[in-house]
Design a protein around this ligand. Structure first.
Ligand code: 13P
Length: 334
């Protein structure tokens, strides 16, 4: 696999006015989302729900690709077409989450490190054969009293960089996601400082592990006040702080940055992305890789009638894709 091919895939992931839909909830996480709206967490319901999302009519107008979970990439549409093939046939790039989740970092209470490097090369080979062309690995950085520590940040950056190097060796574009968690009483300045240190550490590790930045996508969290801080900030303040933080840490050669929604409301996630693009031109395309902010409305509607609300829920997915696609161009109007 050449660097050119990796770069081409990465650029297609952030094509103008398009973003990624994250549907890679682990079985435990989708269980929580389903429980929230009273849906039974059976394999068939998970398959049907992912089918609803991926077969939304005209989704490819605004969606360049989707991140799946291990179970999902092995599942098919009701007509028997594997989801990855369905996506490629419809101009969307299949992606796969390959990390094995977070575990307590020994010796560092309140901090976690993401696992999943052991055996990763063989798993990546299989995912490529199953049709995946990009991967995701999520690190989690918590803000609290005396945390994050440098040790936690470096351990997570090291794992992200080892993962990214393995992905590129196997012809897969790594999406590197260091999520600075919104929970907490910290203010926006503290989120800025932590995010800055985390991104500096990440890019230093990527370079150290010979990761080709032209074939890498960053999935970033926005710079926002902690959810229990009580601090009120405007859409423009979040957009400006996030842009400043990214510009001071992320090399311009990166093909693109996509954001996670992290628990923001649908409207905020869209408005923040839109504002950042209106403040451009920026060094990289800025788009979305939202999970909850793409799915929440559709999941709620579908839960009310799994048979009869299928098409209506798809219309909601399309509407969210359109809003976020326009926000990726700075053309969204509330
Ligand atoms: P949210 O947009 O719901 O934060 O999910 C995106 C994601 O994939 C987090 O890893």
């Amino acid at each position: 696999m050449s660097i050119e091919q990796l770069a081409e895939t990465a650029q297609a992931m952030v094509a103008a006015g398009k973003g990624i839909i994250a549907i890679d909830e682990s079985t435990a996480t989708i269980a929580k989302r389903f429980a929230g709206v009273g849906i039974e967490n059976s394999e068939e319901n998970r398959r049907r729900y992912r089918e609803l999302l991926l077969t939304t009519p005209n989704l490819n107008q605004y969606i360049s690709g989707a991140i799946m979970f291990d179970e999902t990439i092995r599942q098919s549409t009701s007509d028997g077409v594997p989801f990855a093939k369905y996506m490629s046939d419809n101009g969307m790039i299949p992606g796969i989450k390959v990390d094995k989740g977070t575990h307590n970092l020994a010796g560092f209470p309140g901090e976690v490190v993401t696992e999943g490097l052991d055996g990763l090369r063989a798993r990546l080979e299989e995912y490529y054969k199953l049709g995946a062309r990009f991967c995701k690995w999520r690190a989690v950085i918590n803000i609290g009293e005396d945390i994050p520590t440098g040790t936690c940040i470096d351990a997570n950056s090291h794992a992200l960089a080892r993962y990214a190097a393995l992905c590129q060796e196997q012809g897969l574009v790594p999406m590197v996601e260091p999520e600075v968690i919104m929970d907490g009483s910290h203010d926006i300045d503290e989120c800025f400082q932590v995010t800055e240190v985390v991104l500096r550490s990440l890019f230093a590790s990527l370079v150290e592990q010979n990761v080709v930045l032209e074939g890498t996508i960053l999935k970033a969290s926005m710079v926002v006040p902690g959810t229990t801080s009580g601090e009120k900030v405007s859409i423009e303040e979040v957009a400006a702080a996030t842009l400043q933080c990214l510009k001071s840490t992320v090399p311009a050669i990166l093909p693109g940055i996509v954001f996670l929604s992290g628990g923001q409301s649908d409207e905020d996630a869209t408005a923040h992305l839109n504002a950042m693009n209106q403040m451009g031109p920026n060094p990289w395309p800025l788009s979305f890789s939202y999970g909850r902010a793409m799915q929440a409305a559709a999941l709620k509607l579908w839960s009310q009638d799994l048979v009869n609300n299928f098409a209506a829920a798809q219309k909601t997915v399309f509407a969210r894709a359109k809003d976020n696609g326009l926000a990726a161009l700075g053309q969204w109007k509330s």
